[in-house]
Ligand binder design. Sequence first.
Ligand code: ZN
Ligand code: ZN
Length: 103
Amino acid sequence: MSTARYPENWKEIATAVKEASGWCCTKCGRVCLRPGEKPENWTLSQRKAYTLQVHHWNRDPSDNRWENLVSLCSSCHLDYHRFGQGNISPGQLSLFSEELARN
Ligand SMILES: [Zn+2]
Ligand SMILES: [Zn+2]
């Protein structure tokens, strides 16, 4: 898997974006888990649903300008990639899973 388009400090950038949003989804306002928060008795899929992810508005992971980044919960993130502008090419789909893997 190629992660070359992500900057080395991607994790720090992503954390800063999430912190700035107050660990809430920018679209639906869902309050997501902070790092290290592991509620007991939560299933993996519950935890996944409450994991905040960072989305690139222009879908270019090499473009990490602050205004290009937004915090989304995993379901809103999926919506953006499913119903976002235009058709999703296979390339964009693999980009999406890359993004997931990095989150
Ligand atoms: Zn959301
Ligand atoms: Zn995205």
